[in-house]
Design a protein around this ligand. Structure first.
Ligand code: TMP
Length: 228
């Protein structure tokens, strides 16, 4: 990163439950540290804030919330950190987020009415509160089939960790990815689908090969805004 118009990248890791996303994120983070690259790592939902605690109670089913209300809380939980993300990349420290706005849309838009199976919340409605958030330079979407997830021991106990839900979430991520496009144009978010069903080391290498050039080279120009 040579002059003042350069900044560090903002990278998001998205994925289905049991895709190995969290392990791979931790691995990437420690590899960057090992190379002497200080990185700022965030996880959404950030369960440590007051809003995050309300989300946590909902996910653990110790509280009930209206579907729209919890959707807006997830988004507010990102807005809480938006200016920190901007400042961090401007200060040339790369930011890596485990989940972001794409999870927000995919999980909420995948909800259906229990009676008739019709969508509960329109896709566009789900996207609206996140419009204008800092846009990542790169999104790695960890994709895994429901069969592979099952072979890995199935889903956990939190709300949404059920096969029918995960199938619909996967479909929503596919739609989001399609709408983002391949993103190879300069200044556009690049959306990459990672086949997370492969051996851990193979996935790890692919992630490193995508992230390390970006981190080492930096990005020219300011952070953009999502969907504006
Ligand atoms: P986690 O298991 O990665 O901590 O994520 C918690 C759950 O919350 C996971 O099932 C995905 C879901 N989620 C949303 O529904 N909306 C969001 O905006 C985010 C970030 C996560």
């Amino acid at each position: 990163m040579s002059n003042s118009t350069w900044r560090a990248p903002f990278i998001v890791i998205e994925g289905l439950d049991r895709s190995g996303k969290t392990t791979q994120t931790a691995n990437l983070y420690s590899r960057l540290q090992d190379e002497g690259i200080q990185t700022s790592l965030h996880k959404f939902p950030d369960r440590t804030t007051a809003i995050g605690q309300m989300i946590n109670a909902y996910l653990c089913s110790t509280s009930e919330l209206d579907d729209r209300a919890v959707h807006l809380l997830f988004s507010a939980n990102r807005w809480e950190l938006a200016s920190t993300i901007e400042k961090t990349v401007s200060a040339r420290t790369p930011v890596i987020c485990d989940r972001y706005a794409f999870s927000g849309i995919a999980f909420s838009a995948a909800k259906v009415h229990s009676g008739n199976g019709q969508p509960l919340l329109p896709f566009e409605w789900c996207r609206a509160p996140d419009v204008g958030l800092p846009a990542p330079d790169l999104v790695l979407f960890f994709d895994i089939t429901p069969e592979q997830a099952k072979a890995r021991g199935g889903y956990g106990d939190e709300r949404y960790e059920k096969e029918e839900m995960q199938v619909r979430v996967r479909e929503m991520y596919r739609r989001i990815g399609e709408e983002m496009g391949a993103g190879d144009a300069p200044g556009k978010t690049k959306w990459v689908v990672i086949d997370a069903g492969r051996e851990r080391e193979v996935v790890q290498e692919e992630v490193w090969n995508l992230v390390s050039p970006l981190v080492k080279r930096g990005i020219e120009g300011p952070l953009r805004r999502l969907w504006v």
